[in-house]
Ligand binder design. Sequence first.
Ligand SMILES: [Zn+2]
Length: 313
Amino acid sequence: MNYIILDMEWNQAVDRSKVVQSPVILRGEVIQIGAVKTDESFNLIDRMKINIAPKYYRKMNRHVEKITGITNAQLAKGEKFPAAFERFKAWCGDDFRFITWGFDDVAMLSDNMALHGFDPSWGSDYINLQLIYKNQIDNERTQWALSDAVERLQIPMDIQAHDAMNDAWFTYEICRRLDMQKGLAEYSCMSAGARIPLRRDVIKNITEYKQVLADPRVRDIPCPDCQAVMRSQEWLSFGGGRKSVIAECTQHGKFLVKLSCKKASATLWNAARTIYRADEDAIASYEKKLAKQREIIAKRRSERKTDDNNSNV
Ligand SMILES: [Zn+2]
């Protein structure tokens, strides 16, 4: 089996009213594929870069242009997606597994495949290298930008970032600095439910951060399968605006829900809510953290009581 280390760039609609709604809500249209092919020991076999001319988002979104440096003129010169994808698929071969930095690329590729009538499940069994990096190098955060890891591992940044080929190459350099055999063995044991998000919603303009969990848009969590409001257990708070909970649909079982709150303006907050299937590992981990959270709260309460008693003396 080979590994295909994949990175892509995608263009976005110039404004929200232009977002394609069917057959998928198209968050981005792929304009560049960069990939590095290796054998199982991460020896380099080949690399590939394809520029793609988008069908729907044909004008460069200003933000994407700024990041990637790709202009409208360059965009128009690319190959059309169906031909580019067929060529990429043939290059990948039959026996491979994708490695990407984060969850976004494979989800985006899948949306773009669906858009053009291809089977969107192709390549969906991928490795998110961030998780291995997190286990071996830095467990402080859940999400690391590729550039953070490149800097931390002292990989020379002598090529331009936000070019799909260069970012795939950086990702390959990261692989070479990690214990990939150990990481891959551990990866297969990591909870599957914690890896693939089923649904993501951004709830905007929350006025009271302290009341965020009372906001019905946050509180009422829809089941990703049937949209029915699920029954939630007790929320865990991790600081930095991150929270999680286990919610249950009577028909479709338990889900792990993660919330990440960020300040949007001086008075308003946004919350990104992501829902994953909760397997046994996720539930056990939630229960362990919940017990710990309760213990801390009880301890604080008893300390406060002692303080009160002392001040009464
Ligand atoms: Zn349901």
